[in-house]
Each structure stands twice: as C-alpha cells, then as structure tokens.
Design a protein. Sequence first.
Length: 212
Amino acid sequence: MLYYSITYAALFAGIIPLIVLFLKKRAFVVSDSIQPFVWLTFIATLYEGIGTFILKVNTTYWFQIYSLLEFLTIYYFFYKLLRSSYKKVFTISFIVLLTTYILSFYFWKEYQSLVANAINKIAITLFVFFFSYIWFKQLFQKMEIPNLLKDSNFYFVSGLAIYYSSTSFLFLLSCFIFENRVYLFDIWLVNIIATLILRTCLIIGVWNMKRV
C-alpha cells in the first residue's frame, strides 16, 4: 500500500511544476534555465503513467531517449546558471557527456538497457555533483542571496543533487540487483522516494519564481 501511494504521489508531482509555470505565465519563457527540465518531467510523467503502467509498452527505447533529453536539459540548466565563469569546463563536459551517450548504444539492447542506462546516469550524476558543488561554493563565497528558502535555484540545485546522490549507486548496481531480485522492491522504493523529493523541490522552486 505504501509503495503504491508513494508511486502515485511521485507521478502526480511530475505534472504540477508545469502547471505552476503556466500559472506564473512562464511555461514558454525559454530564458528560464529550469523550464526545459520541467517540460521533460511533465512528458516523462505522462509516459510513465500511460505508457508504462497502462499500455505496458517496452521502455528500453524511452529510457535511451530520456537519457539524452535529461542530459541536454540538465546541461542547459547549469550552463545558464554558471556559464559566465566556466565556459571551457562546460564545453569539455558537453563533449564528454555526448561521447558517453553515444558509447552507451554499444551496450543497449532492445529488451535490456540497464547497462546503457547506468552508463548515462553515472555520467550525468558526476556532472550534477560537480556543478552543484560549484554553485554552492559560489553561494557561500558571495553571500548574495539573503534568504535561500525564497530562491528558486536553491531548490532546483538541491533537488537534483539529492536525487542523483540517492540513485547513482542504484543504477551502478542495477544489473546485479535486477538479476538477483533480492532487494529489487526496496531499491525501487528508494528510487521512487528520490523522484518524489526531486519533483517536490521543482514544485517549490517554480512556485518561488516571479510571475511574468
């Protein structure tokens, strides 16, 4: 019962950030760094709810496509946030992430994409860790934000950092977990909770954005 409650809560939470963006009249403001990721979260929620749970379609294609979109939207977010000081680092990161994604196709199979997913997740996780550290470092060095609880980017960066720190180990051992299935339920529950935390942070962050 708890598992299904958290799962449906995480699904429902995936559509709320975009609804709030529409209420703020920012759903089509491309200059907002988080906007593409909010749209991706909305699309992913629809796919998870309709494609996975209702239609029971093969998810291997979607996960591979999602990895690319995930990489692009998260890259865009941090690039808009920090680009003035780290243009060369962002260029190198983009090349590394794109190369990693291309290499993941070597391990991708039509009905088995765990290895490919793990490769992509690890690369994105390292990217998120590095630039989250940079952002927090600048935050405490400059002390320009008087109240973090009212700053949208604080919730966005925190949500991404929490999610990837919680799930990176799971994806790293995904093949072992899937084959043994001993703790598959518990591991998947951790992933759902991490997803719920990320989407909650998105909701709060978007809510704190100014109305256009």
